[in-house]
Write a protein that binds this ligand. Structure first.
Ligand SMILES: *[C@@H]1O[C@H](CO)[C@@H](O)[C@H](O)[C@H]1NC(C)=O
Ligand SMILES: *[C@@H]1O[C@H](CO)[C@@H](O)[C@H](O)[C@H]1NC(C)=O
Length: 448
C-alpha cells in the first residue's frame, strides 16, 4: 500500500471523528443539557425526598398535579420519543414551580413526627387550616379547625398536599386555601396552585401504583376522568348561618307528612342523580328545590315536587326510557327539543319536573306550557356555571351564582315564604311566549 493513501485515511478518520464529536456535542446541548439543568435535578430530588418521607410515615397520597397527570395521560403518544431521548424527568418536570398531591385525610392520623422529619430534611412548611364543614350544620356552626393544605418548600420548589375529607354524601371534599393575615404571601406562587381557589368535591377515585420518572407514586386509574372532575370540582357550602336565621323566623314543618315528603324527595333525587349519571347528563337543582337548598339547606315541605334543570345540549332521546326503567312514570311531556322542552315524572306521589334550558346571548331560559290553553311561557335567567353542593346527604349541582338565579326566579323577596304560588304569574322572570299551533298540540302537549 502506498504511503500517501495511509495519510489520506488518517486525515479522513480525524475529520470523521471530529464531525462525530461535534454532532455529539450538538446533541448533548440540544437534548441532554436542556432537559437536565440544575433546577430539574433538584425538583426531581425534592419530589423524591418528599415521597420517601411520605412513604416512611404512611401518608395515603396520590399524584393530583394537573400538568403532570396531563402529560401522563398523553404518555402513549410520547412513548416513542421517550425511548429515543431518555429524558430523566418527563412528567414531574412540568415547568411549573408546584407539584400537587392529594391526601386521603380520613386514612391518615395527623402525625407531627412527619412534619418534624420534613423540616429536618430541609423542607419549609406552611400549614393552612380551616373550619371542619363536617361538623357545621343547622345545629352547630362552630366547626373545629382542621388541616386543609400543606405547602412544603425546598430549593424554591413547592409541593402542595391537599387534604381530601369524606363527607356524609359519600364524596371527597377539600377546603379553600385561605391566607390568614400573618401568613407570608411570598411563600408560594399561590395563584399557580391547582387546588384551593375554591373548595372542591370529588368522587372517590380508584388509584393505581405506578412509576413516574423513576419514583413510585399512586395516581388515579382513570386520569382523564379525574382531570375532568378537577375542572368542575367547585363546591358550595350551604349557608347554615342564614338558614338558621330563616328557620328561627319560619320554623320547619316537622309533621309526619312533611318528614315523609323529605324522605321521598331524597329517594327521588337519589334516583334521578343515578339515572342521569348513567347517561352522563349533568343536572342542577332548579326553582323551588334550589330555593330550598339556598334558603334553608333543606327541602321546602309544601312545594310538593322536585325541580331540576338540564342544558338542552345535554338532552338524549333515551332519557324517558331510562327514567321508566328506574321505576318512574312519565306524567307529561311539553314542547320539543328545539323549543320549551319539559318532562315530568312521577314517583310515588312526588313529581320530578325536568326543565331544559336554552342559551340566548347572555341569558338562558326554560319554557312552560299550559296544557289546557296551549299557552307558552318563558323563564329567563342570567347565565351561570355549575357548582357541587350537598342536599339531604346527596352531592348535587346548583348554579354557582345561586343568589342571582334565585333572585331572578323569586325576586328580591325570595327569603319570605310564599305558599300560594302560580307558576304562570308568580315568578319574577316569567314572560308570555305565544301559543303552540293547535295542529301540533297532540305532539307538543302530551299528558299521561
Ligand atoms: C359542635 O361543634 C363543636 C366543635 O367542633 C363540638 O365540640 C361539639 O360536639 C358539636 N356539638 C354538636 C351538638 O354536634
Ligand atoms: C375514563 O373515564 C371516562 C369519563 O368518565 C370514560 O369515558 C372512559 O371510558 C374511562 N376510561 C376507562 C379506561 O375506564
Amino acid at each position: 500500500m502506498p504511503r500517501v493513501n495511509r495519510t489520506t485515511v488518517l486525515t479522513l478518520l480525524i475529520i470523521t471523528s471530529s464531525v462525530f464529536l461535534l454532532f455529539q456535542l450538538h446533541y448533548y446541548r440540544k437534548y441532554v443539557s436542556k432537559s437536565l439543568p440544575m433546577s430539574v435535578w433538584s425538583l426531581q430530588q425534592t419530589v423524591k425526598k418528599f415521597l420517601g418521607l411520605a412513604r416512611h410515615f404512611g401518608l395515603p397520597l396520590f399524584l393530583a398535579d394537573t400538568a403532570a397527570l396531563t402529560l401522563l395521560s398523553q404518555d402513549s403518544l410520547r412513548q416513542r420519543d421517550r425511548l429515543v431521548h431518555e429524558p430523566h424527568c418527563s412528567f414531574l418536570c412540568t415547568g411549573r414551580p408546584v407539584t400537587s398531591f392529594a391526601l386521603h385525610a380520613n386514612l391518615w392520623k395527623y402525625e407531627p413526627g412527619f412534619l418534624l422529619a420534613a423540616k429536618q430534611k430541609g423542607f419549609e412548611l406552611l400549614e393552612l387550616r380551616g373550619q371542619d364543614p363536617r361538623l357545621a350544620s343547622l345545629d352547630n356552626l362552630s366547626g373545629e379547625e382542621i388541616p386543609l393544605h400543606f405547602l412544603f418548600r425546598l430549593h424554591g420548589h413547592i409541593i402542595q398536599v391537599v387534604f381530601l375529607y369524606e363527607r356524609s354524601g359519600n364524596y371527597l371534599w377539600h377546603g379553600e386555601l385561605r391566607l390568614k393575615a400573618h401568613v407570608d404571601r411570598s411563600f408560594a406562587p399561590f395563584k399557580l396552585l391547582d387546588y384551593g381557589r375554591h373548595p372542591g368535591s370529588y368522587d372517590r377515585p380508584e388509584l393505581v401504583l405506578t412509576v413516574v420518572d423513576g419514583i413510585d407514586v399512586r395516581i388515579p386509574r382513570n386520569i382523564s376522568r379525574f382531570l375532568s372532575e378537577q375542572r368542575q370540582a367547585r363546591f358550595l357550602e350551604c349557608r347554615y348561618r342564614d338558614a338558621r336565621n330563616f328557620l328561627q323566623l319560619y320554623p320547619d314543618d316537622v309533621s309526619p307528612d312533611a318528614v315523609d315528603f323529605r324522605r321521598k324527595v331524597k329517594s327521588l333525587l337519589h334516583l334521578a342523580g343515578r339515572t342521569l349519571a348513567q347517561l352522563d347528563i349533568p343536572f342542577w337543582l332548579s326553582s323551588g328545590t334550589c330555593l330550598g337548598w339556598f334558603r334553608q339547606c333543606s327541602v321546602i315541605s309544601y312545594s310538593r315536587d322536585v325541580d331540576i334543570g338540564i342544558f338542552i345540549g345535554d338532552f338524549r332521546s333515551d332519557i324517558v326510557s331510562a327514567f321508566r326503567s328506574a321505576g318512574l312514570s312519565l306524567k307529561h311531556k311539553f314542547g320539543k327539543v328545539e323549543d320549551s322542552l319539559e318532562l315530568s315524572f312521577l314517583s310515588e306521589d312526588v313529581k320530578l319536573d325536568i326543565f331544559f334550558f336554552y342559551g340566548d346571548g347572555d341569558v338562558v331560559w326554560n319554557g312552560g306550557t299550559q296544557a289546557k290553553s296551549g299557552k307558552k311561557f318563558k323563564y329567563i335567567f342570567p347565565r351561570f356555571s355549575l357548582c357541587w353542593a350537598e342536599l339531604l346527604d346527596l352531592k348535587v349541582r346548583v348554579p354557582c351564582e345561586t343568589l342571582d338565579y334565585v333572585t331572578a326566579n323569586y325576586g328580591a323577596s325570595w327569603s319570605v315564604p310564599v305558599r300560594s304560588w302560580d307558576w304562570k304569574s308568580s315568578p319574577s322572570n316569567v314572560q308570555r311566549n305565544g301559543e303552540w299551533p293547535r295542529a301540533e298540540w297532540a305532539e307538543l302537549i302530551q299528558v299521561y
